[in-house]
Design a protein around this ligand. Sequence first.
Ligand code: OFO
Length: 167
Amino acid sequence: MKIPAKVEAAINTQIKEEFDSAYLYLAMAAWFEDQDLPGFAVWMRSQYQEELEHAHKFFDYLFEREGRSLVPSIKEPQKEWKSPLDAFRAAYDHEQYITSCIHKLVKTAREADDVASERFLDWYVNEQVEEESTAMNIIKQLERIEGSKYGLFMLDKEMSSRGTLDE
Ligand code: OFO
Protein backbone atom coordinates (compact mmCIF):
# COMPACT_ATOMS: atom_id res chain seq x y z
CA MET A 1 0.00 0.00 0.00
CA LYS A 2 1.37 3.41 -1.02
CA ILE A 3 2.49 5.58 1.85
CA PRO A 4 0.05 8.45 2.69
CA ALA A 5 1.35 11.84 1.45
CA LYS A 6 1.37 13.31 4.96
CA VAL A 7 3.52 10.51 6.33
CA GLU A 8 5.82 10.70 3.30
CA ALA A 9 6.33 14.43 3.92
CA ALA A 10 6.92 13.92 7.64
CA ILE A 11 9.52 11.19 6.96
CA ASN A 12 11.27 13.51 4.52
CA THR A 13 11.47 16.10 7.29
CA GLN A 14 12.90 13.42 9.60
CA ILE A 15 15.52 12.47 6.99
CA LYS A 16 16.77 16.04 7.27
CA GLU A 17 16.86 15.71 11.09
CA GLU A 18 18.91 12.52 10.84
CA PHE A 19 21.43 14.11 8.48
CA ASP A 20 21.55 17.18 10.77
CA SER A 21 22.30 14.78 13.64
CA ALA A 22 25.05 13.10 11.63
CA TYR A 23 26.62 16.44 10.77
CA LEU A 24 26.41 17.61 14.39
CA TYR A 25 28.29 14.51 15.57
CA LEU A 26 30.86 14.92 12.83
CA ALA A 27 31.40 18.51 14.02
CA MET A 28 31.81 17.16 17.55
CA ALA A 29 34.33 14.58 16.28
CA ALA A 30 36.33 17.42 14.72
CA TRP A 31 36.15 19.42 17.96
CA PHE A 32 37.34 16.46 20.05
CA GLU A 33 40.23 15.85 17.63
CA ASP A 34 41.17 19.49 18.06
CA GLN A 35 41.09 19.03 21.86
CA ASP A 36 43.55 16.11 21.61
CA LEU A 37 40.91 13.66 22.75
CA PRO A 38 41.08 11.05 19.97
CA GLY A 39 38.99 8.47 21.84
CA PHE A 40 36.03 10.81 22.11
CA ALA A 41 36.53 11.70 18.44
CA VAL A 42 36.33 8.01 17.49
CA TRP A 43 33.13 7.69 19.50
CA MET A 44 31.60 10.72 17.78
CA ARG A 45 32.65 9.46 14.35
CA SER A 46 30.89 6.20 15.10
CA GLN A 47 27.80 8.15 16.21
CA TYR A 48 27.96 10.06 12.91
CA GLN A 49 27.88 6.73 11.02
CA GLU A 50 24.90 5.58 13.06
CA GLU A 51 22.97 8.71 12.20
CA LEU A 52 23.69 8.21 8.50
CA GLU A 53 22.25 4.72 8.86
CA HIS A 54 19.12 6.16 10.50
CA ALA A 55 18.69 8.51 7.52
CA HIS A 56 19.30 5.73 4.97
CA LYS A 57 16.80 3.45 6.68
CA PHE A 58 14.10 6.12 6.24
CA PHE A 59 15.28 6.77 2.68
CA ASP A 60 14.92 3.09 1.72
CA TYR A 61 11.59 2.78 3.49
CA LEU A 62 10.06 5.58 1.39
CA PHE A 63 10.95 3.69 -1.79
CA GLU A 64 9.57 0.44 -0.41
CA ARG A 65 6.27 2.22 0.15
CA GLU A 66 6.19 3.82 -3.32
CA GLY A 67 7.17 7.19 -1.92
CA ARG A 68 10.21 9.28 -2.63
CA SER A 69 12.91 11.02 -0.65
CA LEU A 70 13.32 14.65 -1.57
CA VAL A 71 16.90 14.74 -0.22
CA PRO A 72 16.36 17.89 1.87
CA SER A 73 19.14 20.35 2.61
CA ILE A 74 20.84 20.19 5.99
CA LYS A 75 21.88 22.94 8.37
CA GLU A 76 25.35 23.99 9.45
CA PRO A 77 26.07 22.51 12.87
CA GLN A 78 27.43 24.16 16.01
CA LYS A 79 31.21 23.84 16.00
CA GLU A 80 32.48 24.88 19.44
CA TRP A 81 31.82 23.59 22.94
CA LYS A 82 33.19 24.71 26.29
CA SER A 83 34.23 21.24 27.46
CA PRO A 84 33.63 17.53 26.79
CA LEU A 85 30.81 17.70 29.34
CA ASP A 86 29.27 20.66 27.50
CA ALA A 87 29.44 18.70 24.21
CA PHE A 88 27.76 15.64 25.71
CA ARG A 89 25.08 17.73 27.36
CA ALA A 90 24.42 19.23 23.92
CA ALA A 91 24.30 15.71 22.44
CA TYR A 92 21.82 14.64 25.11
CA ASP A 93 19.61 17.69 24.49
CA HIS A 94 19.76 16.97 20.80
CA GLU A 95 18.70 13.35 21.30
CA GLN A 96 15.76 14.49 23.42
CA TYR A 97 14.72 16.75 20.57
CA ILE A 98 15.02 13.84 18.10
CA THR A 99 12.90 11.69 20.40
CA SER A 100 10.16 14.31 20.29
CA CYS A 101 10.39 14.36 16.46
CA ILE A 102 10.05 10.57 16.28
CA HIS A 103 7.06 10.62 18.63
CA LYS A 104 5.39 13.26 16.45
CA LEU A 105 6.05 11.07 13.45
CA VAL A 106 4.33 8.13 15.16
CA LYS A 107 1.34 10.38 15.80
CA THR A 108 1.23 11.43 12.13
CA ALA A 109 1.31 7.77 11.02
CA ARG A 110 -1.43 6.89 13.51
CA GLU A 111 -3.66 9.75 12.39
CA ALA A 112 -3.22 8.63 8.77
CA ASP A 113 -4.14 5.01 9.70
CA ASP A 114 -0.74 3.99 8.35
CA VAL A 115 -0.18 0.87 10.42
CA ALA A 116 2.94 -0.17 8.47
CA SER A 117 4.71 3.12 9.21
CA GLU A 118 3.67 2.96 12.84
CA ARG A 119 5.30 -0.48 13.14
CA PHE A 120 8.35 0.66 11.19
CA LEU A 121 8.80 3.58 13.59
CA ASP A 122 8.93 1.26 16.61
CA TRP A 123 12.60 0.66 15.80
CA TYR A 124 13.32 4.40 16.07
CA VAL A 125 11.32 4.76 19.29
CA ASN A 126 13.46 2.04 20.90
CA GLU A 127 16.66 3.43 19.40
CA GLN A 128 15.96 6.81 21.00
CA VAL A 129 15.57 5.26 24.44
CA GLU A 130 19.03 3.72 23.95
CA GLU A 131 20.60 6.90 22.55
CA GLU A 132 19.36 9.10 25.40
CA SER A 133 20.51 6.57 27.95
CA THR A 134 23.97 6.30 26.33
CA ALA A 135 24.48 10.08 26.30
CA MET A 136 23.31 10.36 29.92
CA ASN A 137 25.67 7.56 30.97
CA ILE A 138 28.64 9.44 29.48
CA ILE A 139 27.48 12.72 31.06
CA LYS A 140 27.50 11.01 34.47
CA GLN A 141 31.02 9.68 33.90
CA LEU A 142 32.23 13.14 32.82
CA GLU A 143 30.58 14.74 35.87
CA ARG A 144 32.33 12.23 38.12
CA ILE A 145 35.79 13.03 36.75
CA GLU A 146 35.29 16.76 36.26
CA GLY A 147 38.55 18.64 36.81
CA SER A 148 40.68 15.48 36.70
CA LYS A 149 43.04 15.40 33.70
CA TYR A 150 43.91 11.80 34.47
CA GLY A 151 40.23 10.85 34.64
CA LEU A 152 39.63 12.46 31.26
CA PHE A 153 42.67 10.69 29.79
CA MET A 154 41.37 7.31 31.01
CA LEU A 155 37.84 7.96 29.80
CA ASP A 156 39.18 9.03 26.41
CA LYS A 157 40.99 5.69 26.14
CA GLU A 158 37.77 3.86 26.98
CA MET A 159 35.73 5.89 24.51
CA SER A 160 37.91 4.76 21.62
CA SER A 161 36.57 1.23 21.95
CA ARG A 162 32.98 2.21 21.42
CA GLY A 163 30.60 -0.20 23.02
CA THR A 164 32.19 -0.32 26.45
CA LEU A 165 30.17 2.60 27.78
CA ASP A 166 26.97 2.41 25.80
CA GLU A 167 25.81 -1.12 26.49
FE1 OFO B 1 20.66 10.04 17.43
O1 OFO B 1 19.25 9.02 16.68
FE2 OFO B 1 19.00 9.38 14.88
O2 OFO B 1 18.93 11.15 15.09
